[in-house]
Design a protein around this ligand. Structure first.
Ligand code: SF4
Length: 164
């Protein structure tokens, strides 16, 4: 059995295939995306929200004796109160800004059935958490996040400039 920073289903599978362990254990990866096993089983790797191994919301909050959170899963620990329901009326929704907050707002609105357009002035989405992830990855781990963030959170359309 092996445990520790296994935050990618393909890496877990690689460990098993190489015979390095009989069982792999995931912790934080499942906080970031509790549906990871089901998505991986279905081959939907691009839909998995990757744990960035930042330890900010999970371990960091616990060390302060506060409820656990997650920088990529704002519903962690609040699943019941944040349960998604279909919108009573489908609306056109414009989200301005493709940072983590904007991406999540767009994803949730799209998941509720709204017609969502996300506008971001730069060519890159999810800047701050992506940068943090890259920093952590380059310093500490080869088990970095994959490129799934954009796909998982992609709304109906994305514009690189604000429409006039
Ligand atoms: S807070 Fe960071 S390390 Fe903890 S589960 Fe979320 S993404 Fe992973």
């Amino acid at each position: 059995m092996v445990v520790g920073r296994i935050n990618n289903a393909l890496i877990a599978e690689d460990i098993l295939q190489k015979g390095s362990a009989d069982v792999t254990v995931m912790g934080r990866a499942l906080l970031a995306d509790p549906e990871l096993p089901n998505k991986a089983k279905a081959g939907r790797f691009d839909d998995i929200a990757p744990c960035t191994a930042c330890s900010l919301g999970c371990i960091g909050e616990q060390t302060k004796m506060r409820p656990m959170t997650c920088v990529v899963n704002p519903m962690l620990g609040r699943e019941k109160e944040t349960e998604l329901t279909p919108a009573a009326t489908r609306k056109r929704v414009l989200v301005v800004g493709g940072g983590p907050g904007g991406l999540e707002a767009a994803r949730l609105a799209a998941a509720r059935g709204h017609d969502v357009t996300l506008c971001e002035k730069s060519a890159k989405l999810g800047d701050s958490s992506t940068s943090r992830s890259s920093l952590r990855r380059s310093k500490k781990s080869r088990y970095g996040s994959n490129t799934s963030r954009g796909k998982r959170r992609r709304p109906a359309s994305i514009s690189s400039s604000i429409p006039r």
